[in-house]
Design a protein around this ligand. Structure first.
Ligand SMILES: *Cc1c(COP(=O)(O)O)cnc(C)c1O
Length: 413
């Protein structure tokens, strides 16, 4: 797709609530917009399913949700039916999946992740390290060069017969670098270790094929590119070959074979349902389905094609207008090495972010110490929003308007 014509229209934009058309919302990688269908569905679930149906709605409508939406997400990540469940948060699912895989570590003792992984992933893995008396190796992979060869070299230097688990985020939240999922999965397997992918920053924006890669397990968010709503439950996906061997570290009744027998002894469900813990949050869960349905309807490869056209527009604006002002592009320019957000580095990143929001009606987000992120959600992001962001960045720095904001970050960034 040509960078000049990409993204003139967003065919799915009118399926979302767009309250202020002048606002360039480029933070869908943190919190996706509200689908119109979700607002309607919420009203129905509350008034009819809860208000009228009461307890009867469990059988009528609620019990099948976690698996049904899981299978729809399965289509987006290339997992087979029955491998994916929507439940809990990404942090909790990461813990459950990593703990379960690590029970099979034998005499291996080292967990491998990358040093710039998302904090929750690092904290969870560190806690497992402590509990299991394992090692946690933080690999300093050179993510922001977008250079697969250098990343693979850094990983292969540490993967060996001591590796018990490799756990990585497919797209790095700060830089936007995307690992080569097939190759890195193969590298872990060649070292004899399973791999657990966190797909939070790629699901819904980047085509994924866990089955082709033979990836062991994955988790991810639904409130980012899938537009599931604030704090919406996450997903967990386990490859069929592992399912019956993996235990849930929190064996709650919803993960049991027959929850409504109320038996005293836990027997895990035969399927992915064993990774459920307790009663699902039905209101949030129902909301997830509307966002996932829109993504399935649009098709992930079509979305990626449109999204990549918008990314290229951003790169072009950067080359022509931002680079000369002291911005540094952090995100790789190669489609196979990038997710769907653009990260720029600037010493005054926090102040510029505040200026964009308050002075230019552009909403990006800020990540310490010096990164501004622009999320591109191909379902609804417009080329004109990219233009508004480039123009805002250019004015903020060339006119110096960012200087009127405090230098120290605070609040939700
Ligand atoms: C957003 C994100 C999370 C968030 O986890 P929660 O449990 O939903 O708060 C986890 N991991 C990665 C890589 C993320 O980008």
């Amino acid at each position: 797709m040509n960078a000049h014509t990409a993204g003139e229209n967003a065919p799915f934009r009118d399926r979302f609530v767009i309250d202020n058309p002048r606002l360039a919302y480029l933070d869908g990688n943190s919190l996706g917009r509200l689908p119109r269908a979700t607002a309607e569905r919420m009203a129905r679930v509350v008034a009819e399913e809860w208000g009228q149906g009461l307890i009867g709605s469990w059988n009528q409508a609620w019990l099948p949700l976690a698996r049904r939406i899981g299978d729809k997400i399965g289509q987006l990540i290339g997992a087979a039916p029955g491998e994916t469940l929507v439940c809990d948060s990404t942090s909790i699912n990461l813990y459950k999946a990593a703990w379960a895989l690590l029970q099979h570590r034998g005499t291996r003792w080292r967990i491998v992740t990358d040093a710039t992984n998302f904090p929750t992933d690092l904290y969870v893995l560190e806690s497992l390290r402590q509990q299991l008396g394992a090692d946690l190796q933080l690999v300093p992979v050179p993510l922001d060069q977008g250079n697969h060869a250098a990343v693979h070299a850094a990983l292969s230097a540490v993967l060996d017969a001591s590796t018990a688990l490799v756990c990585l985020s497919h797209v790095n939240y700060k830089t936007g670098y995307a690992f080569d999922l097939d190759t890195v999965t193969r590298m872990a397997h060649e070292a004899g270790a399973p791999i657990l992918w966190d797909l939070s920053h790629s699901v819904g924006a980047v085509p994924l094929d866990l089955t082709r890669a033979a990836a062991d397990a994955a988790v991810g968010c639904t409130y980012k590119y899938l537009n599931g709503g604030p704090g919406a439950p996450a997903f967990i996906s386990i490859r069929q070959a592992w399912l019956e061997k993996l235990r849930n570290p929190i064996p709650g009744w919803f993960g049991a074979a027959r929850p409504f027998d109320f038996g005293p002894d836990y027997e895990p469900h035969a399927g992915i349902e064993r990774f459920a813990v307790g009663t699902p949050p039905i209101l949030s869960l129902a909301a997830v389905e509307c966002g996932v349905d829109l993504t399935c309807e649009a098709g992930v490869s079509e979305l990626r094609q449109r999204g990549w056209g918008l990314m290229q527009r951003f790169f072009q604006g950067y080359d022509e207008r931002l680079r000369p002002l002291g911005f540094e592009l952090v995100t790789p320019r190669e489609c196979e090495a990038a997710g769907s957000h653009v990260s720029l580095r600037h010493p005054a990143a926090w102040q510029i972010t505040q200026d964009l929001i308050q002075g230019y009606q552009v909403v990006p987000d800020y990540r310490r110490p010096d990164i501004i992120r622009f999320g591109i959600t191909p379902l609804y992001t417009l080329a004109s929003e990219i233009e508004q962001a480039i123009g805002g960045l250019e004015s903020s720095v060339s006119l110096g308007t960012y200087r009127s904001y405090p230098e120290q970050p605070r609040g939700v960034t």
